[in-house]
Design a protein around this ligand. Structure first.
Ligand code: AQP
Length: 338
């Protein structure tokens, strides 16, 4: 059984990434063979700064190690360092329909957000509304690259949040279609929601998930944020006027999110609280207790920048033979010469 968990180096990793993806990965790595991938190619689907991308790629790798990813059990790889991802991407583009990619909700949302006035074409490349800024073609084909990432490693399971369900479905469709048309080549992967993989909401806007790329950082707790900033962010977290601390996602999403963070951080059901202030103080302490050792380990690892690069080289060496074999299989099946 093999799993793939990806992290895009598009910004500062946050508490949502830690509780929703990094901790389940670390917790399960004794039993489940996983690959941890820093999806640097995915980070290029929107406007990006080359220097920042390089720096964030190393930062995410270092943070994954600091949070407990054991590279001996869980190969840690940088997407772009394994060219089989992009080679398979093209082969899969040849079994993907334009309309399938253009239908993806994330493409529609991100293209509209990046380029107000742009409406994603649904009929063909000529259709669509007016465009005020360029939308990269790689944003459209991103789910096909994601399919290649999964299929090239013969992955059986992909931990997915709700927003990635549609992309995983496309990966399954492409694998099934390729197998049916050109012969059994790919493992058809399944989506899994790891137990206790929490969905952490934005502290300033609890209707949205905590996100790296949210315009405002007011609702985000970065894994490398200093304690004073964490305290301030939590103390300013949006609550409500109900005045009672209880789990009520519909009417009290902010308070419910704070309770979920507390439960996730401590591993225990929260006790009773008589004020929002007391709850926020306990959340602050629990988050700080979780993040302090990660920050410390991150600082130690950062003393030797060559170490993380070595780990990435080892990850690449560990996964590449199987990736090469998959691509060779796919090339042969689709009609390319050896
Ligand atoms: N708020 C969240 N709560 C729980 N899990 C989350 N994840 C992301 N946000 C939350 C999980 O973290 C993993 C890595 O995410 P990603 O780097 O692929 O990016 P994403 O899912 O698109 O999340 P972000 O952080 O909000 O990034 P941007 O802003 O760049 O889109 C995934 O397993 C994800 O489910």
């Amino acid at each position: 059984m093999k799993r793939l968990t990806g992290f895009q180096p598009t910004g500062n990793l946050h508490l949502g990434n830690l509780l929703g993806a990094m901790r389940p990965l670390v917790r399960d790595q004794q039993e489940v063979g996983s690959i941890a991938m820093i999806a640097d190619l995915h980070a290029m689907t929107m406007e990006h700064d080359p220097q920042v991308l390089r720096q964030k790629t190393l930062e995410v790798a270092t943070l994954l190690l600091a949070a407990g990813v054991d590279p001996k059990r869980t190969p840690l790889i940088a997407h772009s360092q394994i060219p089989e991802h992009t080679e398979l991407h093209y082969l899969l583009e040849c079994v993907c329909h334009f309309g399938e990619a253009a239908r993806m909700i994330q493409f529609k949302e991100k293209s509209a957000a990046h380029s107000p006035g742009f409406s994603a074409p649904s009929e063909g490349p000529g259709a669509g509304g007016k465009q005020s800024a360029p939308v990269r073609l790689s944003l459209l084909s991103y789910p096909v690259l994601m399919a290649a990432d999964i299929l090239v490693h013969d992955v059986h399971q992909v931990p997915v949040g709700e927003d990635q369900n549609q992309h995983l479905e496309l990966a399954r469709t492409l694998a099934t279609r390729f197998n049916a048309r050109y012969g059994e080549t790919f493992v058809v992967p399944e989506g899994v929601r790891p137990e206790s993989a929490a969905r952490i909401m934005d502290l300033a806007d609890p209707s949205a998930k905590m996100s790296k790329s949210a315009r405002s950082s007011a609702g985000r707790i970065g894994l490398l944020d200093p304690p004073e900033l964490i305290r301030r962010t939590i103390s300013r977290a949006v609550t409500d006027t109900v005045g009672v601390v209880r789990h009520d996602p519909e009417n009290q999403p902010g308070v419910t999110n704070l309770l979920a963070i507390l439960a996730e951080c401590t591993g225990e059901a929260p006790g009773a609280y008589t004020s929002y202030g007391a709850l926020k103080r306990d959340v602050t302490d629990a988050v700080e207790a979780l993040l302090a050792p990660i920050r410390k380990r991150y600082a130690e690892l950062s003393d030797d920048p060559g170490y993380v690069r070595e780990i990435l080289a080892e990850g690449k060496a560990a996964v590449r033979p199987a990736a090469l074999a998959t691509v060779r299989r796919a090339r042969g099946a689709i009609g390319l010469l050896d």
